[in-house]
Design a protein around this ligand. Structure first.
Ligand code: NAD
Length: 391
C-alpha cells in the first residue's frame, strides 16, 4: 500500500474549494458523470448516473441550447437525481440517470453526432439506459439505437412502446383522483373545476380523461389555437396563459413546464389540489412545498404522478405489453394515497413524504447487500430479444 498517498488523503480531505465537481457529486449523491466529447461531429454531451442501487440508471436524453457548461451540468445532475426518486417510488427496479446534449435541437442535429453519442452510451455497458426527452425525436433515437442496445421508448414499429404520453396522462389522472379522494372524501371529479396548463401531449390526453367525468375544464397554452382546439374537443373553456394561476378552481394541473409554482404564482393560487404532469412543478421544492402545506393546498408530487412514462418505457425491458403498463401505472393511485397518509401522520409536506418513502426503499435494497450489476440485470430480461446486437 502506498502509505504516502493514504496519509496525504487523510491530511487533505476533499473539500469543495479544491474539488468543486466532486463536492457537487457527493452533495447530490451521484455515482458517475461522463463528459462525452467528439469534436469531429461537434458532440458535447454529459451523462449523469445518480444511483444504481435498484437497477441500471434509466432516463432520457435532452438536447438543449445551454448557455454554458455549468447550466448543462446543473441540469443533468438535477434531472438524474429526480429519476432515481421517480423509479424508486414507482416500485421499479431501476436507478436514476439522465443525459444532456449541448446544442440547438433545430440546427445542430446530424446522424454522425447521435451515433457517436450512442457509442458513449454503449461504453457504459448497460449502467445507463437512455430514452427520448426534450429536444429529441424518434429519428435521433433510431440513430442512437443503431449503435447501442441500451435504448428504450423506441417506436412501436421497431418493437418498442412508442410515445409514452398517453400512459403518463393516465397516471396523472389517477394521481389526481387519489388526491381528490383525500381532499373531498370521493375520487369523483364530477362537478369539479379543473385548470390545465398546456395543451401538449400529456395535457391533451389528460383533458380527455377528465372531460368524461363531467368536470368544468379550463385550458391554456402559449399557442392559443392549440389550446382552443383542445378546449373545443373537450367542451372546455380557453383561458389566456396569465389567467390560469388565479382562476377559482378546485384543481390546478400544470402540464407544460417546470418551476411554474414559484414566489410570484403561489400567492394567487386558489385551488385545493395541485396535481400536474410537468416535471419540477415547484420552483423550490422545500420552500414552496412548505408554503403549499401552510396554505392548505394538497400537492400530489409531480414525479410520482407523472411516472406513467417511465413505467411504460421500462416495461420494454420485460417485453412490452400495453395492458400491463397501464395496470402498473394505475397503481399510482395507491402510491399517492400512501404518500398523503404518510405526510399527514408525520406532519410533513407531501414532497418530503414522497422523498422519504423513496429513500427508504433504496436503503432497504442497499442494506440487503444486493448490489446491482448491469450484466446480471440484463441477462434475465426478455427485452434482450428485441435489443438486438447491431454490431
Ligand atoms: P409538450 O411539448 O407536448 O407540451 C407542452 C405544452 O406546454 C406545449 O403545447 C407548450 O406550448 C405549452 N407551454 C409551454 N409553456 C407554457 C406556458 N407558460 N403556459 C402555457 N402553456 C405552455 O410536452 P409534454 O410531452 O406534454 O410534456 C409536458 C410536461 O410533462 C413536461 O414538463 C414534461 O417534462 C412532463 N412529462 C412528460 C412526460 C411524457 O410522457 N410526455 C412524462 C413525464 C413528464
Amino acid at each position: 500500500m502506498d502509505t504516502t498517498t493514504a496519509r496525504t488523503r487523510e491530511e487533505k480531505p476533499v473539500n469543495s474549494d479544491q474539488f468543486p465537481l466532486f463536492a457537487d457529486l457527493a452533495r447530490g449523491g451521484h455515482e458517475q458523470v461522463l463528459a462525452c466529447s467528439h469534436p469531429a461531429t461537434g458532440l458535447k454531451a454529459i451523462i449523469a448516473i445518480h444511483d444504481t442501487t435498484l437497477g441500471p440508471a434509466l432516463g432520457g436524453t435532452r438536447m438543449w441550447m445551454y448557455k454554458n457548461e455549468h447550466d448543462a451540468m446543473r441540469d443533468v445532475l438535477r434531472l438524474s437525481r429526480g429519476m432515481t426518486y421517480k423509479a424508486a417510488i414507482s416500485g421499479l427496479n431501476l436507478g436514476g440517470g439522465k443525459a444532456v446534449i449541448i446544442g440547438d435541437p433545430h440546427t445542430d442535429k446530424n446522424e454522425s453526432l447521435f451515433r457517436a453519442f450512442g457509442r458513449f452510451i454503449d461504453g457504459l455497458g448497460g449502467r445507463y439506459i437512455t430514452a427520448e426527452d426534450v429536444g429529441m425525436t424518434e429519428q435521433e433515437m433510431e440513430w442512437i439505437y443503431s449503435e447501442t442496445k441500451y435504448v428504450t421508448g423506441i417506436p412501436k414499429s421497431m418493437g418498442g412502446s412508442g410515445n409514452p404520453s398517453p400512459v403518463t396522462a393516465y397516471g396523472v389522472y389517477m394521481g389526481m383522483k387519489a388526491a381528490a379522494k383525500n381532499a373531498y372524501g370521493s375520487d369523483s371529479l364530477d362537478g369539479k373545476r379543473i385548470a390545465i396548463q398546456g395543451a401538449g401531449n400529456v395535457a391533451s390526453h389528460l383533458a380527455r380523461y377528465i372531460s368524461k367525468e363531467n368536470a368544468t375544464l379550463f385550458i391554456t397554452d402559449i399557442y392559443k389555437e392549440k389550446a382552443q382546439r383542445l378546449a373545443g374537443e373537450c367542451s372546455a373553456t380557453y383561458v389566456s396563459p396569465d389567467e390560469i394561476y388565479s382562476l377559482e378552481v378546485d384543481i390546478f394541473s400544470p402540464c407544460a413546464l417546470g418551476g411554474v409554482v414559484n414566489d410570484d404564482t403561489l400567492p394567487v393560487l386558489t385551488c385545493d389540489i395541485l396535481a400536474g404532469g410537468a416535471n419540477n412543478i415547484l420552483d423550490d421544492e422545500e420552500k414552496h412545498g412548505a408554503e403549499l402545506k401552510r396554505r392548505g393546498i394538497l400537492y400530489a408530487p409531480d414525479y410520482v404522478i407523472n411516472a406513467g412514462g417511465i413505467i411504460n418505457i421500462s416495461s420494454e425491458l420485460e417485453g412490452y405489453k400495453e395492458e400491463l403498463a397501464m395496470r402498473k401505472t394505475g397503481r399510482i393511485y395507491d402510491t399517492v394515497t400512501d404518500i398523503l397518509a404518510y405526510a399527514e401522520t408525520n406532519d410533513i409536506t407531501t414532497i418530503e413524504a414522497s422523498n422519504r418513502l423513496a429513500e427508504k426503499r433504496i436503503r432497504a435494497v442497499a442494506d440487503t447487500g444486493s448490489i446491482y450489476s448491469s450484466s446480471s440485470h440484463f441477462s434475465h430480461r426478455k427485452g434482450e430479444l428485441y435489443m438486438r446486437d447491431r454490431r
